[in-house]
Design a protein around this ligand. Sequence first.
Ligand code: PLP
Length: 430
Amino acid sequence: MPNRREFLWASQALAILAALNRAHAGTPAQQVASDEDFWREIRRAYLRDPKLINLNNGGVAPSPSLVLEAEIDAIRYSNLLPAQRMWGELEPKIEDTRKRLAALWSADPETIAITRNASESLQIAQFGLDLKPGDEVVTTSQDYPRMITTWQQRERREGIVLRQVDFEVPVRDPGDIVALYERAITPRTRVIHVSQVVFMTGQILPVAEVCALARRHGITSIVDGAHAFAHVPFRFASSADPGQGLDCDFYGASLHKWLSAPIGTGMLYVRRDRVRRHWALMAAPPAMDDNIRKFEEIGTHPAAMHNGIQQALAFHDQMGAERKFARMRYLKQRWAARLTQVKGATLLVGLDPNLSGAFATIQFDGVDPGKLASTLLEKYNIVVVPITGPAMKGKPQFTGIRVSPNVYTSTEEIDTFCEAVEKAVPTLRA
Ligand SMILES: Cc1ncc(COP(=O)(O)O)c(C=O)c1O
């Protein structure tokens, strides 16, 4: 249960954050990244499981208390008379969410749909395209399994062809990834599907360049931003600033990962000129053909979730996207520098800001990542994710544990984790 002080923080969180923001306005993000006083305030914004150290924020993240309280308040308010209070009063506020989300990533609000998760957003993109038998989709073997399964269902049902290219880890030169996609293009390629951050390793991919490549070839681009949105700073291309920003056709993201928005929220960006000819996953009337809201025609759902995104956006904005990125990199740097000293350790991503951000996967030769993850949980109360890379020549290309702290993670927790790994790894070596 939250204590009185924590309740107080939740109710005053935005005022406290605004004051913190003002006080650090002129300080470079790199400097704020190691200012423990600043991050202690951020940590107080969250309620945490006191028994566990959570280093799996990449799967799904907790929301700060102010988001959670807004969400719960809206559920209670709705429940008093849902048809009136939820449909009538709270549902229309989705338009404020759309506008605020669009503004922070420099998009036209008419290109942003609010969904329930990245899977829904990306499946709208994937299933809504007209493709003919033999048409090709290019993606990688490190893309998200559900999105691969979606293309494979279209293969079985409609005879399209999925090409999954392999790439070595760690990626040293992002240009290699652009070249990889370029080599995979054939006269039948219709879609390029690319992750902005690879869920297996934390690798940042050069999505702007890959989408520009797709555009030059008249190919549709779909960016899986599940792990990137509100983590890696970027903005969408806009006609006000030609040649800048990410010019993709579709972008799908979870908002319950790095934005810390209510669980069960996602967003879909559809380039304005693509809205009209794209089919919705759940049918909408022809009058909505050119309306981004046709992708939100999902039937009854809780307005509390999509409205709670607004508190998460305010929290993200006051904390500062650049500060957040710098802090998360600082924490990763701290554990990565120490654990790469362990015998047989390999970090599966490079550390530069164009190569990785908040999280990374580390491999320990001869150590089963599943056993390491369960030892960390059972003996040391630390949550990480075991990762097995795609199969290559009959065996996994890599294995490791994925470590994803968050803005509320303390440096003491990072050090406790490092110590636990240093103790556990030698006992698990085959
Ligand atoms: C790269 C990637 N894409 C898509 C998803 C699906 O996200 P969601 O669970 O929000 O649907 C995930 C989830 O972890 C992911 O890592």
